[in-house]
Design a protein around this ligand. Structure first.
Ligand SMILES: *[C@@H]1O[C@H](CO)[C@@H](O)[C@H](O)[C@H]1NC(C)=O
Ligand SMILES: *[C@@H]1O[C@H](CO)[C@@H](O)[C@H](O)[C@H]1NC(C)=O
Ligand SMILES: *[C@@H]1O[C@H](CO)[C@@H](O)[C@H](O)[C@H]1NC(C)=O
Ligand SMILES: *[C@@H]1O[C@H](CO)[C@@H](O)[C@H](O)[C@H]1NC(C)=O
Ligand SMILES: *[C@@H]1O[C@H](CO)[C@@H](O)[C@H](O)[C@H]1NC(C)=O
Ligand SMILES: [Zn+2]
Length: 509
């Protein structure tokens, strides 16, 4: 007897397998091991990187890599199963992690402005600069301002104190610095599940920390250094290109003068040029202009028009537009359908890079964001955590090649998933859905660069079957799905390939 199997192998290919099941086994009903092998190979070839052909040297490194992963899985505290705040030290002592740091990872396509740079640097460098005032809010957070004189008091905040003076009067400065640092990040050495029992609590702290960092970073001289330092951290982690989501906040000077958002955009461009001049093997950066999704239609109308103008004036530096803030609390994309149609109506193209599906509220109005983002022709999807619950949106995103920007650690810290082996990325990587790995708000989560998130994707939801081909495909994806025009992508890819070859030869001695 013959059994026919119709396997809808990915996209277009339809593979039919005809196999004789029983006769080969002398009447026993054990399934044919050869057939079993064929199916296993088929599955392996469907995953992200499943089609990558490894060179001899790459195969050598791959066996080492898989050996290391095997050892990782045997660990008593398997890091992807543990909250990142407790797992970070475990990850750092892993030899596999050290190797992942060296991997040329391509581009970081989902990172936010005020959480791209290490908070230790903020405390040790920025808060030690002169003219910095600090106050403590009623809600146990802190605010800052650089000012040539005592600033006007803020509502619901203690009187301002000059930090320099406060430090001079403080017995234990280490402890003070520690308290300041804790206000600038979500990372904690305490039990994260006790400190952040719910999504509401963790998001509230997140927005407070973001606020405090923005006070420091919106001071024009700090802003330049902060961004340069952030690029250095990515570069040190072997990332070569960035698409940064930024609010383009007004920047201020010591005397209270402010600069508008065009100044901020230009400064990003200047510092990027400076950085690529200093490090020619860093490819560069572009920005995605963002607005908080809590605004009303009147404000959105203005902002979309501004975004269209910026895109026209800075076509090579500005990638597009996005909405930020907690999806579950903000307005859904459909609420802004009139404003978001403006670019298309007016024939002034403005590519979208919408956050969507960063929610566990299945079936809610906000849960429609995924489909709506696609209907508005989004170029990529930020997170797309809920994609598996939307088969139509999923098919749409695959067919149109709209990549998901998966940020594993962010999803865990913001309480969408506990054990990263259960992240939806496991399914999406198993079937080579268009996706890239990114870090969202590394400084808020106590991470930096992309390596920690690559670790979670590779060891956590990549499981034992993801391999060197997977890493290669993820890096290539990050260039393939970035906003650069085709010609520039080719250049970036050539630059990446050179770094990759060097990485392979240096690690197969
Ligand atoms: C702070 O950083 C700037 C630029 O990154 C550097 O020039 C300066 O020396 C640093 N200052 C301190 C106190 O570390
Ligand atoms: C200062 O505080 C830090 C952190 O809380 C602590 O480790 C250190 O022992 C303290 N130093 C002194 C001299 O009390
Ligand atoms: C933030 O700073 C304030 C004032 O120093 C302090 O009371 C509070 O404990 C800090 N918050 C955190 C989360 O450490
Ligand atoms: C929209 O928000 C802005 C800024 O918060 C406010 O000034 C304006 O009155 C609001 N407009 C409407 C129609 O609610
Ligand atoms: C999205 O793209 C389709 C096909 O190119 C086009 O017809 C439609 O007008 C676009 N919609 C928006 C909102 O840009
Ligand atoms: Zn984000």
């Amino acid at each position: 007897t013959h059994v026919s199997y119709l396997c809808d192998l990915n996209r277009h290919l339809v593979v039919c397998l005809w196999m004789a099941l029983c006769c080969l086994w002398g009447g026993l009903s054990i399934p044919d091991p050869k057939y079993r092998e064929t199916l296993m190979e088929m599955e392996a070839s469907m995953q992200t990187g499943g089609q990558v052909v490894l060179s001899e040297k790459e195969k050598l490194l791959n066996s080492r890599l898989l050996q290391m992963k095997q050892e990782e899985v045997m660990r008593k505290d398997f890091p992807p199963a543990v909250h990142f705040f407790k797992a970070r030290d475990l990850i750092e002592e892993s030899p596999l992690f050290s190797l992942l740091q060296k991997v040329p990872k391509g581009a970081a396509l989902h990172v936010h402005d005020f959480s791209m740079t290490d908070v230790k640097w903020l405390v040790k460098n920025v808060t030690y600069r002169p003219h910095l005032y600090m106050c403590s809010t009623d809600a146990q957070s802190i605010r800052f301002m650089f000012c040539s004189q005592m600033p006007k008091p803020l509502p619901r905040c203690s009187p301002w104190v000059l930090l320099e003076k406060l430090r001079a009067m403080t017995v234990n400065v280490t402890e003070l610095d520690d308290r300041i640092m804790k206000n600038l990040t979500l990372f904690t050495e305490l039990d994260p599940d006790v400190v952040y029992p719910t999504q509401d609590v963790v998001w509230e702290r997140f927005e407070k920390a973001f606020r405090a960092v923005s006070d420091l970073v919106s001071y024009a001289p700090v802003f330049r250094d902060y961004y340069y330092q952030g690029l250095s951290e990515l570069y040190a982690d072997n990332v070569m290109y960035l698409e940064l989501r930024t609010l383009l906040s007004e920047m201020y000077e010591l005397d209270g003068r402010t600069h508008d958002l065009t100044w901020t955009l230009k400064t990003y461009q200047d510092v990027t040029r400076q950085f690529t001049a200093d490090f020619p093997d860093f490819f560069g950066a572009r920005i995605i202009f963002t607005i908080h999704r809590g605004v009303n239609s009147t404000v959105m109308d203005q902002v979309v028009k501004t975004a269209m103008k910026l895109k026209r004036d800075f076509p090579d530096f500005m990638a597009g537009f996005d909405l930020v803030g907690r999806e579950d609390r903000g307005r859904p994309l459909w609420y802004f359908r009139n404003e978001l149609s403006l670019p298309s109506d007016k024939g002034l193209p403005l590519p979208f890079y919408f956050h969507a599906g960063e929610t566990s509220m299945s079936g809610s109005e906000v849960d429609q964001n995924l489909l709506d983002a696609l209907l508005f022709n989004t170029s990529r999807i930020g997170h797309g955590f809920a994609l598996l619950r939307h088969p139509v949106a999923k098919e749409f995103s695959r067919k149109r090649g709209v990549a998901l920007e998966i940020c594993p650690i962010s999803n865990q810290v913001l309480k969408l998933v506990d054990d990263l082996r259960n992240h939806p990325g496991a399914v999406l990587m198993a079937e080579d859905h268009p996706l890239v790995i990114s870090s969202d708000d590394p400084a808020m989560f106590g991470a930096s660069g992309l390596s920690y998130d690559f670790y979670q994707a590779f060891v956590g939801f990549g499981g034992l079957r993801s391999n060197l081909g997977t890493l290669k495909a993820l890096a290539i994806n990050s260039i393939k799905y970035c906003s650069l025009p085709a010609q520039q992508q080719e250049k970036a890819l050539a630059m990446w390939q050179k770094r990759w070859d060097k990485f392979i030869s240096e690690n197969t001695q």
